[in-house]
Design a protein around this ligand. Structure first.
Ligand code: ATP
Length: 887
């Protein structure tokens, strides 16, 4: 369709839309029904049946099933059916684990689904991009990923990066004017925006002309490779470990079988026992439980308002040593209120809080009327004209727009100016939107006398640098160096009070001379004055910074604000210690990376920086061996977010570009959420260590009891089906319950984990082997004692019970880095339930008559149980005793 060649009102009619009011919800619903959701088709996912079948494709399982089949043919029906049932049960468990893992990952994807601002029923709302309908009127802002194919209605310095579609890396300038040529190529369609491209500068308004697979991106969707599931480094390491474990397990099992046969055991029985042992000893559940642990941990993080976009970040979080955080909105509330106004020779205080436009003005403690100070009135009027924010009164006064601008609007309203002058008394000719690099914004307005002005507002030093005149005592004059110093002193004064200063300047324009570029508009200005606005710190942040400090993590503030303002807030929050350094953007820009490296350990505040400086900061910290978390929200923050070990984007104020570059999103923009995420990150890693410790020690115990018995020339202490049963009960529920265990209280008092630290660090390998050895040993002792006086089947039942119980007691040990007494064993409810149900299953197998035949068990007496409980608790008692002794 040639949407580019039509006038906007033609399109409006054709698509049955309304530029002023947008679509109605009803219309949108109908269109969505007709054209489908605004989504690109995704490759089909693995079906449930396939996932279930894949549980049995394991080589050993196939061997086991074949062996079972043979035993069935030989007449051992009960054994054969029982083994098949257990293998099936095992498969179901694996299936449930894998599905759960997959589902939680899917849910995560939904959470980070992009949104778009659309005009529906006459109101601007943000909806999931998938719900955009043809004919919707949409707003595009710098940093947005374009959600559909759109014909522009209006654009303000809009530049779009279309490289995803055209390969052209230079952003293209957009302009709503109709195109006359026939069939221009995509990169020449300057009045069109395309799904999947990125607005990198400016803003715009448009009408949706194509959605989903009908968009230009949809046409090439099959070319785009998406959905790469990222494996975490730990998952990759565990995969390798798994391979090693398989070899070790197979070797040991072969040894058991060989020694058994040499000692005269029946070949077939040994083979079946051997294969069962191999199935049990190989921790096949490990990858699934790791994924579950990661996925469940991630869900816990979501409850704490941190959304993980890339799973590997979960692990890296636990290693973070530095958090570089934006100030405005993350450490502070981003609720600005003007408290001071400064014009040459005048400093006025403004009362009132929040966005309620009620307050008064005073100078030296005496109330004044703004109407009697034309220079202040002009300052407030121009501040209002150069702001897009609006204040709406609902239950309380609310801001729609940028808080800095909201503060200016409210201050003007306190002086009796009404926001409607922006269209009633003036005509807006053009706008150069704010960006963090220029630190300014300008508008060109025309008053009723048809006089035109540029009005600029922004960071005082930048506005000052672009002003050569000053408005003083009702007159304009050339700016002298004394004037400059006076302004600088005022900036410092406002900064020392932790206020953000915004300067306002202007210049008259000749009608014929309309500047097209920012630098033309924002030069040779006349400086009028400044406002100072307060932005209170978030109340919970101080505590979070302290918590990070205790956890060995340094917090660094990065801000576009003035050094004085930044320092005042950093001191208040406990970021800047005695002797800590602050560096400003100018100094930073002039430093080499080496120079920065040398001093960065002492730096706690970076003030007056531009987003592109952030990359240098990340690199310097990384070169000093730090693991860096860096926050950001704008388009220009993306490179630093990407380069950081943990890139963090703001959920509320963040642009799509920042979010897509990030690995973590703060859904409340709050610094304390970072601390919470780090805590969860550490916990997830600890939990993975917990169940690896549990699973592997259990497996070592199972192999050793068999190996010891064979070496001693004893009969089999456990038969095939018992081994499989142990594996099913212990590797299943208890291991999963460990995956959701809570953190140990010391978790956030330990220094961050080293990135190169292996999973078995801190003596974990030793803990696994020694405990596995003890579990094997006590089970063997149980067998020896019982076999002395009892029939073989009873001795095997006692060994079976001792092994299961020793593992179920061990699970509580695994919850602590120290010993079982370090934590309340009743804290983890799922674990208690898992252990109780495993015990119940054990009892059923021993006492329920029909199952006795299947599992070759016999009922036990109280005295037998005393022996079992006594022996199986020995390892835990030994460990606890050892810990007390060591203390
Ligand atoms: P921080 O870096 O602390 O998170 P920030 O992200 O708000 O703060 P920027 O938005 O880059 O920092 O703002 C940098 C400077 O630009 C501010 O200190 C202020 O002086 C000025 N400024 C901020 N918002 C506006 C605006 N809407 N119009 C004009 N100038 C602004």
């Amino acid at each position: 369709m040639n949407w580019f060649g039509k006038e906007v009102d033609e399109i409006e009619k054709e698509l049955n839309s309304n530029i002023q009011k947008g679509l109605t919800s009803k219309q949108a619903a109908k269109k969505l029904e007709k054209h489908g959701l605004n989504q690109l088709d995704e490759p089909e996912r693995k079906s449930a049946l396939l996932i279930f079948l894949s549980q049995f494709k394991d080589f050993l399982i196939v061997v086991l099933l074949a062996a079972t089949l043979i035993s069935g043919l030989l007449g051992e029906y009960i054994d054969a059916i029982a083994i098949i049932l257990i293998v099936l049960l095992n498969g179901v468990l694996g299936f449930v684990q894998e599905r759960k893992a997959e589902k939680s990952l899917q849910a995560l994807k939904q959470l980070t689904a992009p949104k778009t601002k659309v005009l529906r029923d006459g109101k601007w709302t943000e909806i999931p991009t998938a719900n955009i309908a043809i004919g919707d009127i949409v707003k595009i802002e710098s940093g947005n990923r374009i959600g559909a194919d759109i014909r522009l209605i209006d654009a303000k310095s809009l530049y779009v990066d279309e490289s995803a579609l055209t390969g052209e890396s230079q952003p293209s300038h957009k302009d709503p004017k109709k195109i006359f040529g026939t069939d221009p190529i995509i990169s020449d369609q300057h009045n069109m925006l395309f799904k999947g491209t990125l607005a990198v500068k400016g803003s715009g308004l448009g009408i949706v002309v194509a959605t989903g697979m009908k968009t230009e991106m949809g046409k090439i969707a099959h070319l785009i490779q998406n959905t790469v599931t990222l494996q975490t480094p730990l998952q990759r390491k565990l995969e390798q470990l798994g391979k090693i474990l398989i070899v070790v397990a197979l070797f040991l099992t072969a040894l058991v079988v060989l020694v058994g046969i040499l000692h005269g055991h029946d070949l077939y029985t040994m083979f079946l026992a051997g294969v069962s042992l191999a199935v049990a000893a190989i921790p096949e559940g490990l990858p699934a439980v790791v994924t579950i642990s990661l996925a469940l941990g991630v869900q816990k993080m979501i409850k704490r308002r941190a959304i993980v976009r890339k799973l590997p970040a979960v692990e890296t979080l636990g290693c973070a040593t530095v958090i570089c955080s934006d100030k405005t909105g993350t450490l502070t509330q981003n609720k600005m209120t003007v408290t001071h106004i400064w014009a040459p020779g005048k400093l006025v205080e403004v009362s009132g809080t929040g966005y309620e436009p009620v307050g008064s003005f005073s100078e030296n403690g005496k109330a004044i009327s703004i109407d009697r100070s034309p220079e202040l009135k002009q300052l407030l009027t121009f501040g209002l004209l150069c702001s897009n924010a609006t204040i709406v009164k609902e239950k309380e006064y609310k801001l729609d727009g940028d808080p800095t601008e909201g503060a200016l609007v409210v201050a003007a309203m306190k002086a009796g100016l009404h926001p409607s002058i922006r269209h009633n008394d003036y005509k807006m000719i053009h706008e150069f939107p704010f960006d963090s690099q220029r630190k300014m914004m300008s508008v060109i307005v025309e008053n009723k006398r048809k006089e035109r002005f540029v009005i600029t507002k922004g960071a005082p030093d930048v506005v000052l640098a672009n002003s050569n005149r000053i408005a003083k005592d009702g007159k304009q004059k050339i700016m002298s160096s004394a004037d400059q110093r006076e302004i600088e002193r005022a900036v410092e004064y406002l900064g020392s009070k932790a206020l953000r200063a915004i300067a306002v300047a202007y210049k008259p324009l000749l009608k014929s001379n309309l500047p097209t570029f920012e630098h033309q508009a924002e030069s040779n200005l006349t400086f009028i004055g400044m406002t100072g606005m307060i932005d209170p710190p978030r109340p919970e942040v101080k505590e979070a910074i302290k918590g990070c400090h205790e956890a060995g993590i340094k917090t660094v503030m990065i801000t576009g604000d003035h050094v004085m303002t930044a320092n005042a807030i950093a001191k208040d929050l406990g970021i800047l210690p005695q002797g800590g350094k602050t560096i400003d953007g100018q100094t930073l820009a002039n430093m080499t990376v080496e120079q920065l490296n040398a001093i960065i350990e002492d730096v706690y505040v970076f003030a007056r920086v531009s987003p592109e400086h952030k990359l240098k900061i990340v690199k310097a910290f990384q070169e000093n061996g730090h693991v860096v978390a860096m926050t950001g929200d704008g388009v220009n923050d993306a490179p630093a977010i990407k380069a950081a070990d943990i890139g963090i984007a703001m959920g509320i104020t963040g642009t799509d570009v920042a979010k897509e570059a990030s690995s973590l999103i703060l859904s409340d923009d709050n610094f304390s959420t970072i601390r919470a995420a780090i805590e969860e990150g550490r916990n997830i890693y600890e939990n993975i260590r917990k169940f690896i410790r549990y699973m592997l020690a259990s497996n070592v115990g199972e192999i050793l009891v068999m190996l010891f018995a064979m070496l001693m020339g004893l009969p089999l202490p456990l038969i095939a089906i018992q081994i499989l049963w142990v594996n099913l009960i212990t590797d299943g529920l208890p291991a999963m319950a460990l995956a959701v265990d809570s953190a140990e209280r010391e978790s956030m008092q330990r220094p961050p984990r080293k990135t190169d630290e292996g999973i078995f660090a801190g003596g974990l390998g030793w803990k696994i082997i020694s405990r596995g050895f003890l579990i094997g040993l006590v089970s063997l002792i149980a067998f020896l004692i019982a076999y002395e006086t009892m029939p073989l089947e009873k001795a095997q039942t006692i060994t079976f019970s001792t092994l299961v119980l020793a593992q179920l007691i061990h699970v509580f040990d695994c919850r602590s880095e120290y010993s079982v007494f370090h934590r309340n064993p009743f804290e983890n409810k799922p674990l208690l339930l898992a252990v109780l149900s495993s015990l119940l299953l054990l009892v059923v197998v021993i006492y329920y008559e029909p199952l006795q035949a299947v599992f070759h068990t016999v009922p036990l007496h109280i005295s037998d149980w005393l022996l079992i409980v006594g022996l199986s608790s020995i390892p835990t008692i030994l460990l606890a005793g050892f810990n007390i002794f060591r203390k």
